[in-house]
Design a protein around this ligand. Structure first.
Ligand code: NAP
Length: 305
C-alpha cells in the first residue's frame, strides 16, 4: 500500500485526512499550526514539521490549502514538497486555485519526474466529512487511475476532466453555478419576506419543485437562521470568483452573473465578514433592500410590491 501524505488540515483537509486514516492508509501530515494535527495524530497519523518532510516519507501527497500562492508555497517553496519528493511520486492538489498555476507547477514537478493531479472538490464540509465529495480531476490518465482508490475514499462522483488544469476549470464552472444559485436563493427569500409571506414556508415549497437545489436546502436554511458558522468562508468564495473572472478576462467572455455576486462578496469582505460562511451573502442582499429575514422590522421606507 502506498504511503500517504496530507498537507493543509483546515475545514476540508481535516475530515478528508481522517477518512483516509479510517480507510486504513498510513498517513504523514503537516499543518503550519501544530494544534491542527492533533485529531490526526489521535487517529494514528505521523506529524511532520514541513511539507518537504511529508514528501520525503510518502509516495502520494495531498495538498488542501487556501489559495494559489499557498499551493505554490507548499509545493515549490522553501521546505516545499519538491525538495522532498523523488521521481515517481504523485502530488494531488485538491485546493481550488488558478489553472494556469497548476500547469506551471505540473511542468516544474515534471522536470524531476514527479507527477501532479489537480483534483478540486465540491460538496462542502458535509461532503468532506461524509466522504461524498464530487472530485474534478486534471492530469495524466495513468496517474488518475493510480489515485482512484484513494479518491473513492474522499468522494463519490469522481471525473477525469482532461489534462493538467482541466480539473480547476471544471471547478470554476462549478462556482459559476453555485454562486449564482446562492444569489438566487437569497433573492427569493428576500422577495418572500418583503411580500409578507413566510420565507421558511416558501423554501419548504420550493424544495419539492424545479427550484430544488442543495444550496436552497442547506444555505437557504442558514440564511433563514442567520447561522453563518463556516462552512465555506466568504473570503474563499470571493477568491474562487476572482479566479473565474480572471479566466473570463483572459478568454474575452462575459460572465455578468459572476460580476454581480462578486460585488456582494467584495462588500462583505470589506465589512470584515470574510470569515463567515458564504450563506452570509444574504446580509448584503438584506442591506440592499433594507429588510431582514430574522426580524419582523421590515425597513425604514414604504415598500410597494
Ligand atoms: P481553511 O479552513 O481556511 O483551511 C485551509 C488550510 O490551509 C488552513 O489550515 C491553513 O493553515 C492551510 N494553509 C493555507 N496556506 C498555507 C500555507 N501557505 N502553508 C501551509 N498551510 C497553509 O479552508 P478550507 O475551507 O478547508 O478550504 C481549503 C481549500 O478547499 C480552498 O482552496 C477552498 O477554496 C477549497 N474548498 C473549500 C470548500 C468548503 O466548503 N470549505 C469546498 C470546496 C473547496 P492555517 O490554519 O495555519 O491558516
Amino acid at each position: 500500500m502506498e504511503k500517504i501524505g496530507f498537507i493543509g488540515l483546515g475545514i476540508m483537509g481535516q475530515p478528508m485526512a481522517l477518512n483516509l486514516c479510517k480507510a486504513g492508509y498510513s498517513l504523514w501530515v503537516y499543518a503550519r499550526r501544530a494544534e491542527m494535527m492533533q485529531s490526526l495524530i489521535a487517529a494514528g497519523a505521523t506529524p511532520c514539521n514541513s511539507a518537504q518532510s511529508v514528501a520525503e516519507q510518502t509516495d502520494i501527497i495531498f495538498t488542501m490549502v487556501a489559495d494559489t500562492p499557498d499551493v505554490e508555497q507548499v509545493i515549490l517553496g522553501e521546505k516545499g514538497i519538491i525538495h522532498g519528493a523523488t521521481a515517481g511520486k504523485l502530488v494531488i492538489d485538491m485546493s481550488t486555485i488558478a489553472a494556469s498555476t497548476t500547469r506551471m507547477i505540473a511542468a516544474k514537478l515534471a522536470e524531476q519526474q514527479i507527477h501532479l493531479l489537480d483534483a478540486p472538490v465540491s460538496g462542502g464540509e458535509r461532503g468532506a466529512i461524509d466522504g461524498t465529495l464530487s472530485i474534478m480531476v486534471g492530469g495524466k490518465v495513468e496517474q488518475f487511475e493510480r489515485a482512484l482508490s484513494l479518491l473513492h475514499v474522499l468522494g463519490k462522483n469522481i471525473v477525469h476532466i482532461g489534462d493538467h488544469g482541466a480539473g480547476q476549470i471544471a471547478k470554476s464552472c462549478n462556482q459559476v453555478v453555485i454562486s449564482q444559485t446562492l444569489t438566487a436563493v437569497g433573492e427569493a427569500l428576500i422577495l418572500a419576506k418583503a411580500a409578507g409571506v413566510d420565507p421558511a414556508n416558501v423554501r419548504q415549497a420550493l424544495l419539492g419543485g424545479f427550484a430544488y437545489s442543495r444550496i436552497l436546502e442547506l444555505h437557504g436554511q442558514r440564511m433563514l437562521d442567520h447561522d453563518f458558522t463556516p462552512g465555506f468562508k466568504i473570503k474563499l468564495h470571493q477568491k474562487d470568483l476572482r479566479i473565474v473572472m480572471q479566466i473570463a478576462h483572459e478568454l474575452g467572455i462575459a460572465l455578468p452573473g459572476i460580476a454581480l455576486t462578486t460585488q456582494y462578496f467584495n462588500t462583505l469582505v470589506g465589512a470584515g465578514q470574510g470569515e463567515l460562511d458564504s450563506a452570509a451573502l444574504i446580509l448584503a442582499q438584506e442591506q440592499l433592500s433594507a429588510i431582514s429575514l430574522i426580524t419582523d422590522k421590515k425597513d425604514t421606507y414604504t415598500r410597494k410590491i
